[in-house]
Structures are given as structure tokens and as C-alpha cells.
Write a protein that binds this ligand. Structure first.
Ligand SMILES: NC(=O)c1ccc[n+]([C@@H]2O[C@H](COP(=O)([O-])OP(=O)(O)OC[C@H]3O[C@@H](n4cnc5c(N)ncnc54)[C@H](O)[C@@H]3O)[C@@H](O)[C@H]2O)c1
Length: 275
């Protein structure tokens, strides 16, 4: 059998939030590593340079090609320079993974105005700014793929109002961008991760909650950043050439269930015993 060509061979990609906020591998880091493993040259963008440098070390160890660019993606000038740098270093731009995202807790009664503004800026405005400068470069190259990272929180109420609202906005933004730039051969899609165990959530998790999250979804298995990253590889690749404007849930089936039905207790009460 012929050897498979790497899916992203010859492509140039930007991943924002390409480091991880704690020890281990988060969504941005895993995505950058898989993009490089699949043959892309990757610009690793993070506001904390050392975090992106850790991702670079992982990629270099595997023989992949990548480099670090320190930027705060809520600043237009940083986003412009980020895109210019990708083109200067690698000659073109094909893929943008808008991964950066943060959370602040609170209802509309509790949330501080500055927290609301900051979450909306990091989770939504950053996508607008990064895409604003990336799309003209993709057009020059004949097209591209943009992947916006939303969340199950964009589809269902979550325990944080600013996070839920911002992640729902990412979905609307994806639809709008996909419609506006389809004729430029730019595909824009969205990933809605469920409740994977990643460095972003680990500090807020004890073993009991971690187990509850695992058991909440029909598959009953724990997700990792690699699950999210493989979805990004697919959406970035030519294999998804006819896919645009979708919200791909990567959540072990969680978003399609009714509340509580899949907890152990509910299974005992409602479901016939398994033979
Ligand atoms: N369980 C989960 O981890 C989960 C679930 C659903 C959705 N998501 C989404 O996945 C995305 C992040 O995943 P991750 O695992 O890579 O997170 P992470 O927190 O591990 O890493 C994000 C990186 O982004 C960087 N960053 C933060 N703000 C920045 C800014 N303004 N400019 C540049 N860099 C910035 C941080 O320094 C960090 O290194 C977010 O959009 C998040 O909402 C995560």
C-alpha cells in the first residue's frame, strides 16, 4: 500500500494560544503539534512566549517546522504583525486556528463590567482581528481554512455567563465568516469541545468532578486536547474541502443528550438494566 502523504504538506498555519496555561497539553498545543506532524509549517502565537516555546520544543523533537511569535491577539497591531510574520517566515498563509479563549465566572448580576469586556475581547474580538489580517493573505494564495474554537458552552447554558455568551458569539461569527468568504475559497468552521480534561480546567477539578464530567456523556470516556486537535486537522485538510460553516461537537455525545439522563443515577432509574 502507498504511504499516506501528510495531510497538511506544504501548508502554512497559525495557531493562537499555542502554549498551554498549565503543565500538560492543551488544545492549542496539541493542535500545533498535530499540524506540524501533518507537514504544516506552524507559527506558534501566544502572549506568554515561554508557553509557545514549550510547544516549539515538542515539535522540533519530532522534526517538525515551527517558530514562536509573541502577541496579544486582542490588539489589532499584534494581529497584523502576526500575519506579516507568518508570510515573511514561510511565504504564505493557508490555515488559521483561532484557539485563544478564557473564562470568567458570574451571572449577569455578578459579572464585573471589565471581566465581561475582557472575555468578549479575548474570545470574540481576537477572532475578528486575526481573521481580518489573515483572510487577504489566504486570498492571495488561492484560499484557506479558518477554525474557530467555541465550546459546548456556546450551545448550552454553562456555569459562566460571559463565557457562554462569548462562545455562542463565536458560532455566529463562524457562520457569518463562512458565508462572506466562501467565494474566496476560504472555509470557516467551528469546533465545540465538550468537557475534555486539559490544563485549562485541571486546576479547578478534583477527582470527583473529573469523574462526573467523564460520566456525563454517552461515551463515558475522558476527552483530551488531542481529540480537539484531530478535529482541527480534519477541518484544516483538503479532506474537508466541501465542509464550511459547521459546528463540530467534539464531546463524546454530550451536547445531544437531555440533562441528567446519562448520569449513573438516572441510568439506574430510567434505563432497563443492561444484560
Ligand atoms: N476543557 C477545555 O479545555 C475546553 C473546553 C471547551 C472549549 N475550550 C476552548 O479551547 C480553547 C483553549 O484551549 P487550550 O487548551 O489551548 O487553553 P490553555 O489555557 O491551555 O492555553 C491557551 C493559551 O492561550 C494563551 N493566551 C491567552 N490569552 C491570550 C491572548 N490574549 N493572546 C495570545 N495568547 C493568549 C495563554 O497564554 C495560553 O498559553 C479556548 O478557546 C477554550 O475556551 C476548552
Amino acid at each position: 500500500m502507498a504511504e499516506r502523504r501528510p495531510r497538511l504538506e506544504g501548508k502554512v498555519a497559525i495557531v493562537t494560544g499555542a502554549g498551554s496555561s498549565g503543565p500538560g497539553v492543551g488544545n492549542g498545543k496539541a493542535t500545533a503539534v498535530l499540524f506540524a506532524r501533518e507537514g504544516a509549517k506552524v507559527l506558534l502565537v501566544d502572549s506568554v512566549e515561554e508557553r509557545a516555546a514549550e510547544t516549539l520544543a515538542m515539535i522540533r523533537e519530532e522534526g517538525g517546522e515551527a517558530s514562536v511569535f509573541a502577541a496579544n491577539v486582542i490588539k489589532a497591531d499584534d494581529c497584523r504583525r502576526m500575519v506579516e510574520t507568518a508570510v515573511e517566515r514561510y511565504g504564505r498563509l493557508d490555515i488559521l486556528d483561532n484557539n485563544v479563549g478564557i473564562s470568567r465566572r458570574g451571572t449577569v448580576v455578578e459579572v464585573k463590567e471589565e471581566d465581561w469586556d475582557h472575555v468578549m475581547a479575548v474570545n470574540v474580538k481576537s477572532i475578528v482581528l486575526c481573521s481580518k489580517y489573515a483572510i487577504p493573505q489566504m486570498v492571495k494564495g488561492g484560499g484557506g481554512a479558518i477554525i474557530n474554537i467555541s465550546s459546548i458552552a456556546g450551545l448550552r447554558a454553562h456555569s459562566s455567563t460571559p463565557y457562554t455568551a462569548s462562545k455562542a458569539a463565536v458560532i455566529g461569527l463562524t457562520f457569518s465568516m463562512a458565508a462572506d468568504h466562501g467565494r474566496d475559497n476560504i472555509r470557516v468552521n467551528c469546533i465545540a469541545p465538550g468537557l475534555p480534561y486539559t490544563p485549562m480546567v485541571a486546576p479547578r477539578m478534583d477527582d470527583v468532578l473529573r469523574e462526573q464530567r467523564r460520566k456525563a456523556a454517552p461515551l463515558g470516556t475522558e476527552g483530551t486536547a488531542w481529540d480537539v486537535a484531530w478535529a482541527a486537522v480534519y477541518l484544516a485538510s483538503e479532506e474537508a474541502r466541501w465542509v464550511s460553516g459547521v459546528v463540530l461537537s467534539v464531546d463524546a455525545g454530550l451536547a445531544m443528550t437531555t440533562p441528567v439522563t446519562y448520569t449513573t443515577l438516572a441510568q439506574q432509574q430510567y434505563a432497563p438494566p443492561r444484560q
